[in-house]
Structure formats: C-alpha cells, structure tokens
Ligand binder design. Structure first.
Ligand code: TNX
Length: 518
C-alpha cells in the first residue's frame, strides 16, 4: 500500500486532526511504501537500548543523535550500544547490503512489539530512518522536559528512498546576517524533513558574510556594522564559524553549498576595494533592496585575482563537492562580458575541485555541461534552459512562484516580497519538478531547492514563519515519488506537524488550507 492510498482512504476523516494518535502513514515527506500492522506497537521503556551496527562510527553517531533527541521528553537513559545480533529488540540501526535496492539514502523501518529496526546501506540512510522514527512517536517527544506520555511507535513497515539526490534549502545571510546559532537551528529543522543540502548565499550588494584572509576588509567593512538591508543586518562568519556550521550540518547529513554571487550582486566588494572598479573609484555602500546595478570589472586582471583568491579560500573551507557562483541579474554586465567572465571563472571553480552551480542565466555563457543551472524563473517555458538541457546540463528546480520561501502567503503576510506572486501552501505543493519546464524532464532534474531571501527578515522567528509550512511541502516534492503525493493526504499529514512545531517553539504560519492539529 502506498502512503497516498492509505492516507486518502477516508477523506471525511478530518477528525484525525483532533486525535493525538500517530499513524504509520503520518510522515512528512511521504515514504515510498507504508504497510501498517494494526496488531503491533512498540513501546519505549526506561530499559530500551539503541543498538547500532558494530564497527560503524557513522551508525554509532546516528544512534547518539537519536538518543539525544529522545532523552529530554522520555527521561530514559537510552544507552547507545553495539548490536550484538541482528535480532529485533529495542531500537536497532543496522547496515545491511540486503537493502542495496534502496540506494545510498534509502532505509527500511520495521516496528514490532519487540522493537524498531532500521536497516540501510549507509549511515545516511539510517539517519533518514531516524527522522521518520521521531515523527512516529507522539508529538510530546519534542518537549525539552520530561513528559509522562506512552512512548509508542505504531507497528508495521516503511520502505523508503528519495526521488532526488539533491534536496536543498537556501538561506540568504547577505541581505541580513543570521548568526551561527540561527543557522544551526534552521539546519535542525531541515534535517527533520530529509533536506540534505544547505545553500548559503554568502555575499550580495548589501553585505559580505564570509571571512577571506587575502581580502580582509571584505568582512570588516563589507560585512561590518551598518551593512545589510536598512543597515541593520551587519555581521559575518569567521572561517572557524563557517567550518563549525559545515561540520554541524554534516553530522545531520546536510552538505553546505557556499555561494559567492558574481559578477553582479557585488556592491559590498566594490565599495570596499576601489581597485575592483573599472574607474578605480569605490561606489558608496548600499543598504536598499535594488538589484542588478553592480558588476565586477570584466576587463581588469585584478578581478580574476580577487575571484581566484575567494574561490580558493572558500573551496578549501568546504568539504562538499559544489560551489555556487551566482551569475543572476547581471543587468549592467554586457552579454559578451558576462560570457567572457563566466568562461574564465568556471574553470577556476573546477581547478579547486568543485562542481560549479549557477543561477539559470549562467547557461548563456555556454559553460561546460558539468555546471548545474538553478532555475528561478516563474515560467514553465524557458528556451535557453531547455537548450542547455539538450546540451547535457542538469537543473536544480527553484521556480520562484513555487519554491521562494520569501514570497508572501497572501496580501496580509507581514514579511516577505511578492514579485513572483503570493504562494499559499497548496501552490508550493501542487507541481511536479520532473515535468514543470518544457524540455526539462525528470532525468535532467538534479534536485529541488527552496530559497529564502532575507531582505525583509531579521530573526529566527521570521525565518520560521516564511519557511514553515512551505518548506515541508517542497521537501516532500524532493523526496517522495510523484505517485505518493496528493494534496488532500498531505494537508492532513502536515496538520499533524503543528503540535511538534509548537513544542519546539517554531513560529510557523497557520495556513487556513491546513487542518492544524491542536
Ligand atoms: C531575485 S532569485 C534574486 C535575489 C532577490 C530575490 C528576492 C535570484 C537569483 N535573485 O537577488 O533576493 O529575487 O525574492
């Protein structure tokens, strides 16, 4: 039985919204297959062990994170010990080649009266399985103090694996700086929905947010006090803080994708270093929300020394395979210059061992096909993107009118912008990334990403309000097979996230489209 069939079986059952019972089908993103067993149920006890695959540091670490997440509410010790046998009892996290049909991130979760066993080929798959397990426990599990709840897991089996290998969220820390702690709490929320890439938009006209030792004033001046939209978003990540975020994300199976936006969106660099300008004169810093007015100087050698220094330092700090070089809205860079610039810069990215990402305009430079184009348009037709796909490019789908988390929900939303339209939860859910843009089929889709631009955002509350619940919708598009997706079933499952978000203090938008559970 697929999640879609089981969850839609009784459309009149909106009273599910008032029941605290968690069913095996209540998971977001919807798993590939769910086989509930109404006879079985596992109940955690004070003696429950978390048993992990012996000799696997990865499995052990996943076990430790799971224990850490279950201890506060249960008050149980939940020791993490090596699994001496593959017999089900307690919570077992096992690596098992038998499951190699499930791919790198797939898993199989089986809940019986004796225990919950998660099997996967890699620790990444085990981690995904543990995120499912957390959602199968009662919402109280999110409490950060002890509760006297019956800690039951519904019986049955879930067999699951992702549709797309790349499932991303982007956070803009340039328009307004967000602190390492704010970024980490966003990472915590992303991991729950099996998002596995965090794209950090590190530089823009209003601020430079990553330390570059060879150009130190980028951060002290370009990222200093008074930078950011309205001059209230100053701050930057030191190399150490950036590396710490990368490691924190990696523990949660999230790869950081750094973006240095160029040749446009560079006023913070241009206003800091006069020599980067064609006329040698630094423009004033900017804190307004305009776009498309800045450009690196394409004809000057120092531009490429600067770009190489930045790419080298950021690449050295980034263990992940990708580096995003922006390329969007370069309205004051003449097309031929744009092409020259990209054709010179893209090989630098590859020289430092990274696969380049760029916003979809990058295909105008006809780069090597390894360059991944991130589509942010609002149209379902884009001839230059379709041509690029025909040449062999892959695409990350981030259509602005579907996935832009900074778009308002409706005219009354206090935060956000509206240039791509209002985006209600259903709008963000009801589209198919593998069949959205003419000429960009499933095979050309590298993944799906939800960007969050921060012109109007100041705090974690603001991030949460714009991201949730829409990020959960986009996560399901990126993970779940198209056949398992259905709005009617999704809104029910989504409604059950409410008490979990409430427990964690997540300031989500209570869309009238969703039957929120108390
Ligand atoms: C367009 S999307 C931009 C950003 C803005 C965003 C606001 C893209 C590649 N460029 O510079 O922040 O709109 O929604």
């Amino acid at each position: 039985m697929s999640a879609a069939t089981s969850a839609t079986a009784d459309p009149s059952s909106t009273d599910a919204a008032t029941s605290a019972e968690t069913a095996l089908t209540d998971v977001v993103p919807a798993p590939v297959e769910v086989f509930p067993d109404a006879e079985a149920e596992y109940r955690l006890t004070p003696w429950t062990l978390i048993r992990t695959e012996p000799h696997s540091a990865g499995a052990h670490k996943v076990g430790l994170l799971l224990a850490e997440s279950l201890r506060p509410a249960t008050g149980y010790p939940l020791p993490v010990v090596p699994a001496r046998s593959h017999k089900a009892s307690g919570i077992s996290l096992l690596l098992d080649d038998v499951e190699d049909t499930l791919g790198r991130e797939g898993y199989r979760l089986e809940a019986t009266d004796d225990g919950v066993t998660i099997r996967a080929t890699t620790a990444a798959g085990l981690f995904a399985g543990t995120q499912t397990l957390r959602q199968l426990l009662p919402p109280d599990i999110e409490a950060n103090a002890r509760r006297t709840t019956a800690w039951t897991v519904p019986g049955g089996t879930i067999v699951d694996q992702p549709r797309f290998a790349y499932r991303g969220a982007m956070l803009d820390i340039a328009r307004h700086f967000h602190t390492p702690d704010e970024i980490k709490s966003y990472i915590d929320e992303l991991a729950r929905f099996k998002i596995n890439h965090l794209h950090l938009h590190l530089t823009d006209d209003q601020g430079w947010r990553i330390e570059i030792e060879s150009w130190p004033r980028l951060t002290t001046v370009g990222g200093g006090p008074g930078t950011g939209v309205d001059g209230v978003g100053g701050g930057f990540l030191t190399k150490e803080q950036y590396s710490d975020i990368v490691a924190y994300a990696a523990d949660r199976y999230i790869t950081v994708v750094p973006e240095i936006d160029m040749p446009g969106h560079t006023n913070s660099a241009l206003s800091t270093y006069a020599e980067l300008n064609c006329d040698g004169i630094a423009p004033p810093p900017r804190t307004d929300m305009a776009v498309g007015y800045s450009s690196l100087c394409i004809g000057k050698e120092i531009t490429y020394e600067f770009v190489e220094d930045v790419i080298r330092e950021v690449s050295e700090l980034t263990p992940g395979p990708y580096l995003h070089i922006g390329g969007d809205e370069a309205h004051v860079t003449p097309p031929e210059d744009y092409r020259l610039f990209m054709r010179r810069v893209l090989p630098i990215v590859e020289k430092y061992g990274k696969r380049p990402f760029g916003w979809n305009e990058i295909v105008r430079a006809e780069p090597a096909t390894a360059t991944v184009a991130q589509y942010w348009g609002t149209s379902t037709d884009n001839a230059e993107l379709a041509d690029a796909v025909a040449r062999g490019h892959q695409v990350i789908m981030s259509p602005a009118n579907k996935t832009y988390l900074d778009m308002k929900y409706n005219a009354d939303t206090p935060l956000g912008l509206s240039w791509a339209g209002y985006i209600e939860v259903r709008d963000s859910y009801e589209w198919d990334p593998g069949d959205h843009v003419t000429g960009v089929g499933e095979d050309a889709v590298f993944g799906v990403e939800a960007p969050l631009w921060s012109e109007t955002l100041r705090s974690s509350d603001h991030i949460e309000y714009m991201a949730f619940p829409r990020l959960a919708a986009v996560a399901e598009l990126a993970w779940s097979p198209q056949e398992a997706r259905d709005w009617t079933a999704f809104r029910e499952r989504l409604g059950k996230q409410a008490p979990r978000w409430e427990e964690r203090g997540i300031d989500f938008y209570r869309s009238p489209e969703v039957p929120w559970q108390d």
